[in-house]
Design a protein. Structure first.
Length: 112
């Protein structure tokens, strides 16, 4: 997991020094039509692991389900601290999830 202390770990720095990121010509210039990615990992013994996807998770051809979106909102709303000094209280988290869930059904979100 990301943490400032992990950045100071010499093993992480060593691994970061061996990582390179390149644009795969297959996806260059495709813009929003194709949101693909390719990953190639060369192991110490020389074995190469290679995989690709032509569309990122939750793309046009496989959008997120309602349950996946609910779970993601629970993670983002409930597990994160608030901007202030105190963590988001459970009641605030529940209220915020209810508000977000209701937005698509709101007659007007302009707040007249």
């Amino acid at each position: 997991a990301f943490s400032p202390s992990n950045l100071a770990d010499p093993r992480v720095a060593d691994l970061a020094g061996r990582v390179s990121v390149d644009v795969d010509p297959r996806y260059a210039g495709e813009g929003p039509r194709i949101r693909g990615a390719r990953v190639r990992v060369t192991l110490r013994g020389g074995r190469v692991l290679d995989d690709r996807t032509d569309e990122a998770k939750w793309g046009r051809s496989a959008p997120a389900t309602d349950e996946e979106l609910r779970e993601r909102s629970r993670l983002l709303i409930g597990a994160r601290p608030s901007p202030g000094p105190d963590p988001l209280e459970a009641s605030e988290s529940t209220r915020l999830r209810g508000w977000v869930t209701g937005v698509p059904h709101a007659p007007d979100t302009a707040g007249d």
